[in-house]
Design a binder for this molecule. Structure first.
Ligand code: FAD
Length: 418
């Protein structure tokens, strides 16, 4: 077989998983190049531990050391666009020709679209922002020790595409403040634009969070759509105002790269064909993960999409039938420090822009939720398993290691979720 060149833009979950699964399938029979603006892979889901003391360096994998060892070319450069007619990826410094192109450049935050949010909120996205949140938590503890009360407000605005981590954060903060004996002086308030808590994951997550908020004395408000953030209060579209001393938010999402030469939506997310994650109009360009238009942005879903991409390229190159289309059954473990919540959620698109995703009513038997301190072990296992795989350029979802991990998760969910 002639050596085909697969070019991958982005070195996050989607980019690396696509590249590693292709390397796993084809060994050295194809050429793989990864182009990224970051030297290190960041294990973003575990950045939730940074506000409570974790060193951000522990979440990074140095790709300059790893990738060349496995015969993957690694170029540090900023991707600007694609020239599909010339089959070239356009970067700041060069044009890179490809046979297949994987656009895994992910998402970015746009706090500016809500007046005052950037100026006044502690946001969660980068390790730097997580370190700022660590300082805020320490200030809250100090105020409690001085006997001062604090209003701590959490805010999910519209167009945030992955609210789960902010739910993790409110529950972790609650547990942490209790353990520091600083909770009594803190009034925790939660507001979200969503009609149900963690709306994308359906009614059972709404029930779990409602119970948790009651137990934890968190005052939650749904369908509170933020209008404006001021120095000490948030104003909502429904006319309500809520005062705060500290505000924590996860901003609206946009695409990291606004590609001009491939079809995108108004936020820059690349329009894809659902089943094989190809970019609309092109059969050799793919957009897995946060960069694409799937409405929920999640690492687990990025993995599933990246696997689909690698399987499609594999089938194409071998001239064989492609029968491993994208099946959006999400899985997550939500950390709360005293326990964790596991969810397996079969999703489907609705076609309704107001509520683009729902739990697939035809697959309710696959919708599983469980709350237990033991799920924290599941989260820890995933936190060890993924870096172990990626440090050796191995895909997350393949081989005996994944089979073992999967058996563990299925076993746990048969006992600890229903
Ligand atoms: C605090 C937090 C907790 C989370 N927890 C979970 C969780 O528990 N479970 C879960 O499933 N998901 C979780 N997520 C979501 C998850 O992190 C994202 O969905 C996931 O990172 C998406 O992967 P991706 O590869 O598509 O994008 P990314 O991981 O964002 O990777 C994008 C890549 O593209 C590169 N890039 C960007 N722009 C350019 C450019 N112009 N040129 C070159 N390269 C570029 C970046 O450097 C990066 O390498 C969490 C997110 C946050 C913020």
């Amino acid at each position: 077989m002639e050596k085909k060149h697969i070019v991958v833009a982005g070195s996050g979950f989607a980019g690396l998983e696509s590249a590693f699964l292709l390397r796993h399938y084809f060994k050295d029979k194809i050429k793989i190049t990864i182009v990224s603006n970051e030297e290190n892979f960041l294990f973003r889901p575990n950045t939730i531990y940074i506000p409570f003391g974790l060193d951000p360096k522990e979440l990074q994998i140095p790709l300059k050391e790893v990738l060349p060892k496995y015969n993957i070319e690694f170029i540090i450069d900023s991707v600007k666009d694609v020239d599909p007619k010339a089959s070239q990826l356009l970067t700041e410094k060069q044009k890179i020709s490809y046979d297949y192109l994987v656009l895994g450049t992910g998402a970015a935050m746009r706090p500016e679209e809500i007046p005052g949010l950037k100026e006044h909120a502690n946001t969660i996205w980068t390790p730097k922002e997580m370190l700022q949140l660590r300082e805020t938590i320490q200030k809250i503890i100090q105020r409690s020790q001085e006997g001062k009360s604090t209003d701590l407000l959490f805010l999910v605005p519209p167009n945030n595409k992955c609210s789960g981590p902010l739910y993790e954060m409110v529950m972790m903060v609650d547990t942490y403040l209790r353990r520091q004996k600083a909770r009594d002086h803190v009034n925790i308030i939660w507001t979200t634009y969503e009609a149900g808590y963690i709306q994308a994951f359906g009614p059972r997550l709404d029930e779990v969070v409602t119970e948790e908020f009651q137990e934890r004395n968190v005052h939650g408000y749904k369908e509170y759509v933020v209008k404006e953030v001021q120095a000490n209060k948030v104003i909502y579209e429904n006319g309500q105002e809520i005062k705060y001393d500290f505000l924590v938010s996860f901003p609206p999402y946009i695409a990291s790269v606004f590609y001009k030469n491939v079809p995108t939506d108004e936020r820059g997310f690349i329009q894809t064909n659902f089943n094989d994650r190809t970019v609309k109009g092109y059969n050799n360009i793919f957009a897995p993960g946060d960069a694409g238009d799937f409405p929920v942005k999640q690492a687990f879903l990025a993995f599933l999409q990246a696997d689909t991409v690698a399987n499609k390229i594999h089938a194409d190159l071998l001239n064989s039938e492609f029968n491993a289309g994208f099946d959006p059954v999400s899985m997550c473990v939500m950390e709360q420090f005293d326990k964790a919540t596991f969810a397996q959620v079969p999703l489907r698109l609705t076609g309704n822009p107001q509520k683009p995703i729902e739990v697939d009513p035809n697959r309710i038997d696959e919708y599983k939720v469980g709350v237990s301190p033991l799920w924290r072990i599941g989260k820890k296992m995933l936190g060890m398993y993924l870096p172990m795989r990626f440090k050796h350029a191995e895909p997350f979802h393949a081989g005996a290691a994944w089979k073992t991990m999967e058996i563990g998760l299925i076993g746990m969910s048969s006992i600890l979720a229903d």
